[in-house]
Design a protein around this ligand. Structure first.
Ligand code: BTN
Length: 254
């Protein structure tokens, strides 16, 4: 099937030399995260970006499938070769989620971040991010609903898209340019400038001040989200005091 709207090859070439060292465009692939990992293992450069038109086995967190109709979204994965120690690699998820949310400002949307790395508009999920690590690289996979108008009924969380929120079809190229600009800024703050990143994150956090249920290591923990620590951990006020979480399987608002 021919996509409604194809990526502009010339523009991808320009972007490729401008910032993402290399954009590898694949008309179709299983998962851009898998392709990025394969290329990273073969030595692909820092900031290489794998972009596809169609994923046949796109993945989300916890092994969930991630599907997007051909030509209607953004599915890409960036290879990062961090200078920071692995203990800080979870920061990439926070940086990517924030960059994504900020990149939507120019399209008239007010997007929030749901810790650690979903992007929400009006409590509906517009973007998912899947961060996976190798021995000396991190893959940041981004799935953004751009011109999708119909979603499966069985989604775990209500979904939305740029087109549904703005009422108009949106240029995927413009979204990609905006995203790369914000990623440049926020990924650049992981090693130096993380406090600035966290400050901006706090202003967009959709969970702060809300009662949530968090699942961690098979345990369900209920509490009020107080905010984030300086390291990006989630601070949860529980009857036993404030607990810190560096990761959680699921989080839902109560
Ligand atoms: C989630 O919300 O569970 C994360 C979804 C991440 C989807 C993106 S699409 C591009 C990249 N390739 C994948 O297979 N997954 C990520």
């Amino acid at each position: 099937m021919k996509p409604e709207q194809e990526w502009d090859g010339e523009l991808l070439g320009e972007l490729s030399s401008e910032w993402a060292k290399r954009i590898i465009f694949l008309p179709e692939c299983g998962s851009t995260n898998d392709e990025a990992r394969r290329l990273a293992l073969k030595g692909a450069a820092h900031h290489s970006l794998v972009l596809t038109e169609l994923q046949t086995s796109g993945r989300g967190r916890r092994g969930q499938p991630w599907a997007c109709p051909q030509g209607e979204g953004l599915a890409c994965s960036m290879i990062i070769r961090p200078k920071s120690p692995p203990a800080l690699w979870s920061r990439h998820a926070l940086a990517a989620g924030l960059a994504l949310a900020e990149s939507l400002d120019g399209f008239g949307l007010s997007a929030g971040v749901k810790w650690p790395n979903d992007v929400w508009v009006d409590r509906k999920k517009i973007c998912g991010i899947l961060v996976e690590a190798g021995a000396d690289f991190v893959i940041v996979g981004i799935g953004l609903n751009i011109n999708v108008t119909v979603f499966p009924d069985d989604l775990a969380h209500p979904a939305t898209s740029l087109a549904l929120e703005t009422g108009a079809s949106v240029s995927r190229e413009e979204v990609l340019i905006s995203l790369l600009q914000r990623l440049r800024v926020r990924l650049g703050q992981i090693e130096t400038g993380f406090s600035e990143l966290m400050k901006a994150w706090a202003t967009r956090c959709v969970l702060t001040g809300n009662d949530i249920v968090l699942e961690s290591n098979g345990e369900l923990i209920t509490g009020r989200m107080e905010g984030l620590s300086a390291n990006g951990e989630l601070l949860l006020r529980t009857p036993e005091g404030v607990k810190k979480f560096l990761q959680a399987n699921t989080i839902r608002l109560r």
